[in-house]
Design a protein around this ligand. Structure first.
Ligand code: ZN
Length: 497
């Protein structure tokens, strides 16, 4: 789907919903919970909702959307960038919870222990996937229970690689999230029905000497599709499928949404295809991860974060459309594994002011600026005036005198030392640049400060995250609880032993 068209579609949906919400606020009678009926923009009152709830028992179709690193600040910054009273459609779901995310060794979790908590009900240590801290005991995941006990088809979609921590949380049992090759083998033996998004990190093992995971998957009956042209040929008769985005970056991730070419598939396109592939009489469970919301928060790139969060919201809209066709049988949950970056709306020098429009003018991600521009600068034959022109073209502003000085200093550091591991940085250097390219990180920081937002860390934080739910059993997700309760609640709703 074309990027601009999609962006406008979001704004349109939001505008209409904004009107509906205002309508609710006018009358006290209408201040009851509401939920979607025939389309995401049409809502009915809580009274009618109870009638629907009486008819249903176990949801046949379950969607779990995880915005990696998508805490309250990421959601609210995205909403504010669209307009003061705007909300993404899933944020108007009738059931809302607040969830703590600490793991067994720290108030600040990583993605592997967080997904383990949510999908198995057990706290574990950093980097551990569905096992205890010592790696001596395996925990069965909700996806595996649904596969084994209810014969549901299982789908896993991510913008990261398929063997990255969060998608691996559905099927892998490893003492380290970095055991990519072993995790890939766990994926293949999971027999899950549909995987889509990125490829395999370390597909031939750490040293490249093993049989390719793609070859192994094929030999176990998976159809592997790597070209956009072939996607449409897939249908529910194809059998088990692994669909990879045609262009993959870094460790086999999908590109950032704002960097996709017009004919490349977005996360929401994969969700649509997943629904088509998984729909069957027994039911399905689909985990969808907006993985790179986390990455751009690590990079303190708020503009890209907004676009990634909107891309996840777009993909939830596909599930909402499906819900509207099957309201008595569908459950949708949207949450995050943790907050990343310590983002906030507010920055010391801008005080009570914000100008989030600044962030919407950025055309390419921090990562793409680095690969397409900074790498070229490093080869020489470029003047700083030319660089300022590139900044104007891609970030939409001309730096003032003070910002130009900051950028020049960072540029020299990028040319001289570039990105460095934390072990080789002084405390102050780490605070200034993290382990990133100094020029890129300073450019993003200038953008953030112009917008009136700021980050406190290049890592995750220990803040709680919201949970939004719609559909059968959704009311269980109201209230305050811990991430391990997601598993408990899902087991109750699905009536698993
Ligand atoms: Zn992270």
């Amino acid at each position: 789907m074309k990027r601009l068209k999609k962006f406008l579609a979001i704004i349109t949906i939001l505008t209409i919903i904004g009107v509906s919400i205002c309508g609710c606020a006018v009358s006290n009678k209408e201040e009851e919970s509401f939920f979607y009926t025939t389309n995401p923009t049409e809502m009915i009152s809580g009274e009618q909702q109870e009638v629907v709830e009486e008819k249903v028992t176990v949801p046949k179709y379950v969607f779990l959307f995880i915005g990696d690193g998508m805490g309250y600040p990421q959601l609210q910054t995205t909403c504010y960038s669209l307009g003061e009273d705007e909300k993404m459609p899933f944020m108007t779901f009738p059931f809302v919870g607040n969830m703590t995310t600490h793991n067994s060794e720290s108030t600040i979790t990583d993605s592997a222990s967080a997904i383990t908590a949510m999908l198995t009900g057990h706290k574990t240590s950093h980097g551990t996937l569905n096992m205890n801290e010592k790696g001596t005991k395996s925990y069965k995941t909700i996806a595996e229970y649904l596969r084994d006990e209810l014969n549901y088809k299982i789908g896993v979609i991510t913008t990261a690689s398929l063997n990255h921590a969060t998608p691996a949380g559905t099927y892998a049992h490893q003492n380290s999230r970095k055991n990519y090759y072993q995790i890939g083998k766990n994926l293949i033996s999971s027999n899950f029905d549909f995987f889509a998004g990125g490829g395999f990190t370390d597909s031939k093992g750490k040293n490249g000497g093993n049989t390719s995971l793609y070859t192994l998957a094929k030999s176990k009956g998976y159809t592997i599709v790597k070209r956009t042209k072939q996607y449409e040929q897939l249908n529910s008769d194809t059998g088990k499928v692994i669909m990879l985005s045609e262009n993959r970056v870094d460790e086999e991730y999908m590109p950032y949404d704002m960097d996709l070419d017009d004919d490349e598939w977005t996360l929401s396109d994969y969700v649509s295809k997943g629904i088509e592939m998984l729909d069957n009489e027994n039911g399905f469970f689909m985990l969808v991860e907006g993985a790179k919301i986390d990455l751009c928060n690590h990079e303190n790139d708020a503009a890209t974060m907004i676009r990634e969060t909107m891309a996840l919201s777009d993909s939830v809209n596909k599930a909402i459309e499906f819900y509207n066709e099957h309201p008595d049988e569908t459950l949708i949950i949207v949450t995050a594994d943790h907050e990343s970056g310590g983002l906030t709306v507010g920055y010391s020098l801008t005080k009570y002011e914000t100008d989030l429009d600044v962030l919407l003018k950025q055309k390419i991600s921090f990562s793409k600026f680095k690969t397409d521009y900074l790498e070229r600068y490093k080869k020489g034959n470029i003047t700083f005036e030319d660089i300022l022109k590139d900044i104007k073209e891609n970030y939409g502003f001309t730096p003032d005198e003070d910002e130009t000085e900051q950028l020049k200093r960072a540029y020299i550091r990028s040319l001289q030392v570039g990105a460095m591991p934390s072990s080789e940085l002084t405390k102050q250097e780490y605070i200034n640049y993290g382990t990133y390219e100094p020029f890129s990180i300073v450019l993003s920081r200038i953008m953030n400060h112009r917008a009136g937002v700021d980050y406190t860390t290049y890592s995750h934080t220990g803040m709680p995250v919201p949970v939004y739910a719609l559909g059968v059993g959704g009311e269980k997700f109201n209230g305050s609880y811990d991430n391990t309760d997601i598993f408990v609640k899902l087991c109750e709703i699905m009536e698993l032993k």
